[in-house]
Design a protein around this ligand. Structure first.
Ligand code: ZN
Ligand code: ZN
Length: 216
């Protein structure tokens, strides 16, 4: 469930809650977004999360949801990356590499794309490896992605913004959403990122295929 992404006549975010769609029937006409341009939808994570046997990092911490925008450091714990990963899906109408380096610059983090080549590193626990093997066997018949551009290392979309919104809506309904407080860009803006998703590692292969289906 996710709120409609549309803006009301009063200029407020629409309050209608939807199951799958990104926009309600009143705001469907807004779905071309700021630009209805072609581009790419890409998926990335933090570099240390995609290394073999990823380790906890004291600076990457998790906290329960909280209504105020305040985090009590004492009530946080180091994020355990063994079976879960943080992913972000974005869109760009420029080169993907360029967009990613803008993110790196802004958040002061080493971000890495999740690609058909790096995805094998996403599943690292032995418990998840069996589930992942099943997924791989299932997907042998549809070995390649239909919309994946191997040069850009991203999914090619004729409406990149809308495709990204569809993916966000779907990820939000499957995995829920949280806030990510980023120290790297705290001074430049609020430092709060909303569209990161915490997902089980064993589901990432499926998420890649889901993105391939959703981009348009
Ligand atoms: Zn709406
Ligand atoms: Zn940031």
């Amino acid at each position: 469930m996710k709120r409609c992404l549309g803006t009301t006549a009063k200029g407020e975010r629409c309050k209608i809650v939807l199951k799958h769609e990104a926009y309600c029937k009143y705001h469907r006409n807004q779905q071309a977004g700021p630009n209805g341009k072609a581009g790419y939808v890409y998926i990335f994570t933090l570099k240390h999360l995609i290394e073999f046997s990823p380790k906890k990092q004291t600076w990457l911490r998790q906290a329960d949801p909280n209504s105020e925008n305040q985090i009590n450091f004492a009530q946080t714990s180091a994020f355990d990356p063994k079976r879960h990963i943080l992913i972000k899906v974005g869109y760009t109408t420029q080169r993907v590499r360029r967009r990613l380096s803008q993110w790196r610059e802004r958040c002061k983090q080493d971000f890495q794309l999740i690609t058909p080549e790096t995805i094998d590193r996403v599943v690292s626990s032995n418990r998840d490896k069996l589930a992942d093997l099943m997924e791989r066997l299932k997907s042998l018949s549809l070995r390649s992605y239909k919309k994946y551009d191997y040069n850009e290392q991203a999914f090619k979309a004729s409406n990149a913004f809308r495709s990204e919104q569809l993916v966000h809506a779907q990820l939000g309904s499957l995995f829920g959403s949280g806030r990510l407080y980023c120290d790297g860009c705290k001074t430049a803006n609020s430092g709060v990122h909303k569209e990161w998703f915490l997902v089980p590692r064993k589901d990432v292969r499926n998420i890649m295929r889901m993105i391939d289906r959703l981009v348009e």
